[in-house]
Design a protein. Structure first.
Length: 330
């Protein structure tokens, strides 16, 4: 340290006689090795919105997650977007909307309700409740949990490991199609994850049996929040338009999982899709509409905090993140 500092100050500089800062500062500061709570607050018209992170969900090698895609093209897209070619990382951006009448949480993250299966994507998930409390919101205040679909990373934190409701005062809204599909043991076929997915959805949704709300395409779930059916990723997968005043943000759930691979190539298939072709068609149609209408989106798995727009680019779309305002609530 001393040599470059002397060199910077210049030989014979008067300042060199007296140290510029106390010698204690020369001791290396310990690394903190911790992170701030991950939440971000903004307004949608008169509504107050908060994005809460459930933590990163790493997919590992992107190839297996996008099985029908040419590996060289995956690599090229990752490289040109300055992303590691051998690990596709998804975020988990859960939206909370306070409409003034209702406090609505969209999706719950992975939680810890299913033991080791809750960490099937590693130890970085399951942070929603902690981050929510850090943002000043208690789980007991939530009066509605709206699910985009009934996959592990969206509904497994409805209950805790003992099966107790994490949101004791909430109703749970989802499509009837997803409720039926993901609680039907007859669907434990195909990929190995199906058994865990169905067991997990069943445990979590059963705890709210007497307070389920069935979401219908086009209908308002609560005033200002409208369901938009977007089937394919799951057969009952649903997006939600949140509208107040002249502002709308569409919570797109899992319409697209990766802001580069599935936006630049909307017709690529994703390994966790129930119906990959239907999912791709739904994605292509919705993205075209969102780009044309310049709709602001909140995407569950895109880079934190998942707010932005899609813009047409070549045969696909570019993701334009909304700049975070950390000084004011617009
Ligand atoms: Zn997901």
């Amino acid at each position: 340290m001393n040599v470059p500092r002397r060199a910077l100050l210049g030989a014979g500089a008067a300042l060199a006689a007296a140290p510029l800062w106390p010698s204690a500062a020369e001791a290396a500061a310990p690394f903190r090795n911790d992170l701030p709570p991950a939440w971000y607050r903004f307004r949608i018209g008169e509504f107050e919105a908060t994005v809460i992170s459930d933590g990163r969900l790493p997919l590992g090698e992107p190839g297996p997650a996008f099985p029908a895609s040419p590996p060289a093209e995956i690599t090229a897209l990752m490289q040109s977007n300055f992303l590691p070619v051998n690990s596709a990382n998804l975020e988990q951006n859960a939206l909370i909307v306070n409409t003034g009448r209702h406090l609505v949480l969209f999706d719950t993250g992975m939680g810890d309700s299913m033991g080791p299966a809750s960490q099937m994507f590693g130890p970085t998930t399951g942070r929603l409740l902690r981050n929510m409390r850090a943002a000043g919101i208690e789980p007991a205040q939530i009066d509605m949990v709206i699910l985009t679909h009934a996959h592990c990373d969206h509904c497994w934190a409805l209950v805790d490991a003992q099966g107790n409701r994490n949101f004791p005062n909430a109703q749970v809204a989802l499509s009837e199609t997803d409720l039926r599909y993901w609680t039907d043991p007859a669907n434990k076929t195909g990929p190995a994850f199906m058994t865990a997915f169905i067991d997990g959805a069943t445990k979590n949704l059963n705890a709210y049996r007497d307070r389920l709300v069935m979401v219908r395409d086009g209908a308002e779930v609560v005033p200002g929040i409208q369901a938009i059916s977007a089937p394919g990723h799951t057969l009952g997968h649903t997006m939600y338009a949140v509208t107040s005043g002249n502002r709308t943000v569409v919570n797109t759930g899992d319409l697209a999982h990766h802001q580069v691979l599935l936006l630049r190539r909307p017709l690529w298939e994703f390994s966790f899709d129930t119906d990959p072709r239907m999912s791709a068609q739904t994605r292509a149609r919705a993205l075209e509409r969102f780009a044309g209408e310049r709709t602001q989106l909140l995407s569950y798995h895109f880079s934190w905090p998942g707010l932005g727009h899609v813009a047409k680019e070549q045969e696909g779309y570019a993701w334009i993140p909304t700049a975070m305002d950390l000084t004011a609530l617009e």
